[in-house]
Design a protein around this ligand. Structure first.
Ligand SMILES: NC(=O)c1ccc[n+]([C@@H]2O[C@H](COP(=O)([O-])OP(=O)(O)OC[C@H]3O[C@@H](n4cnc5c(N)ncnc54)[C@H](OP(=O)(O)O)[C@@H]3O)[C@@H](O)[C@H]2O)c1
Length: 245
C-alpha cells in the first residue's frame, strides 16, 4: 500500500508515518522542513520519497501531484498539516495565517487529492482510495481563546463531510476519514499553557492507523473527548457564551 502524508515532519503526522512504515507501506512524506522528513527516509530509504511542500503556496497542489507520480500512484492521502495558536487578543496576523494554512491550504491539498482519485485514469483498485485528515475537537464549537483555529477546524470537518457526499453522488470509490483528536502533546501546544487530558502522539497515531484499517468515517480521540464534545453539543448558545475556557 502507498500513502502520502503532508505534515509528516513532526507530531501526529510523523508518528503515523512511522507506524505505516513499520506496517510495510511505501510513503511520500511532505512538509516544509526537509531535515525532519529525511529522518523518516533514513528509516526505510527504499520506501520513502521526500518532497518539501508548503500548503500555503499556490504550487503546493502541483508538487503533491509530482510526488504521487514519483510513487507511481497512492491508496491514501493523509493530511496532517496544520497550525494553531491561542489568540486571546485577536492578533490579526495569527488569525489570517491560521486561515491560510488550515482553510486555504487544506482545501488546496485535499481538493487536489480528491480530483486525483476522481480521475478515471487513477481509479484505485480493491477497496478504493482514502482521504484522511486530522481536524480537531476544536471544530465542535466556536472557542473564544482560539477563534481562527476552531473556525478553520469546523470548516475542515464540514468540507470532508461535503466531499464524502459528493463522492457518493458521483459513485467515486473515495473513502473519507475525519480524525478529531483532543489535546495532544506536540509542538502545536508549546505555549506553556496547562492543557488538561493531554494525550501522547504515538497513542493517537495508533488509534488513527486502526481507523484507517477499519475504514471508519469519523473518529474523536479519545473516549473522554467523545463524552466532552457530546456534552458541548447540547449547550445552548446563551449558555455557551458564558463558558470560561
Ligand atoms: N496537538 C493537538 O493538541 C492537536 C489536537 C487536535 C488536532 N490537531 C491537529 O493535528 C494536526 C497535526 O498537528 P500536531 O499536533 O502534530 O502539530 P505539529 O507537530 O506542529 O505538526 C504540524 C505539521 O504540520 C506541518 N505544517 C504546518 N504548516 C505547514 C505548511 N504551511 N505547509 C506544510 N506543512 C505544514 C508541520 O511541518 P513543517 O513545519 O515542517 O511545515 C508539521 O509537520 C494539525 O492539523 C492540528 O491542528 C492537533
Amino acid at each position: 500500500m502507498k500513502a502520502i502524508i503532508v505534515g509528516a515532519s513532526s507530531g501526529i503526522g510523523q508518528e503515523v508515518a512511522k507506524l505505516l512504515l513499520a506496517d510495510g507501506w511505501t510513503l511520500g512524506v511532505a512538509a516544509r522542513r526537509e531535515e525532519q522528513l529525511m529522518q523518516l527516509k533514513a528509516l526505510a530509504p527504499d520506501r520513502v520519497e521526500v518532497m518539501t511542500i508548503d500548503v500555503t503556496e499556490t504550487d503546493a497542489d502541483e508538487r503533491l501531484l509530482a510526488l504521487i507520480q514519483r510513487l507511481g500512484g497512492i491508496d491514501l492521502y493523509f493530511h496532517a498539516s496544520g497550525i494553531g495558536k491561542q489568540n486571546r487578543t485577536l492578533d490579526p496576523d495569527i488569525e489570517l495565517r491560521t486561515a491560510q494554512t488550515n482553510a486555504l491550504g487544506f482545501m488546496r491539498m485535499v481538493g487536489a487529492a480528491f480530483r486525483y482519485f476522481a480521475a478515471p485514469s487513477h481509479s484505485p483498485r480493491g477497496e478504493g482510495a482514502m482521504i484522511a485528515a486530522i481536524t480537531s475537537i476544536a471544530g465542535t464549537k466556536g472557542l473564544g481563546p482560539a477563534p481562527a483555529y476552531s473556525a478553520t477546524k469546523a470548516l475542515q470537518a464540514n468540507y470532508l463531510e461535503a466531499l464524502e457526499q459528493q463522492a457518493r453522488q458521483r459513485k467515486l470509490p473515495i473513502h473519507i476519514l475525519d480524525i478529531r483528536p483532543g489535546f495532544v502533546d506536540t509542538a502545536l501546544l508549546n505555549d506553556n499553557f496547562p492543557y488538561p487530558m493531554l494525550m501522547q502522539p504515538d497513542h493517537v497515531a495508533r488509534d488513527i492507523v486502526a481507523c484507517i484499517k477499519k475504514r471508519r468515517h469519523v473518529r474523536i480521540i479519545d473516549w473522554r473527548y467523545r463524552l466532552l464534545t457530546a456534552g458541548w453539543r447540547l449547550v445552548p448558545r446563551w449558555l455557551w457564551r458564558r463558558f470560561k475556557i
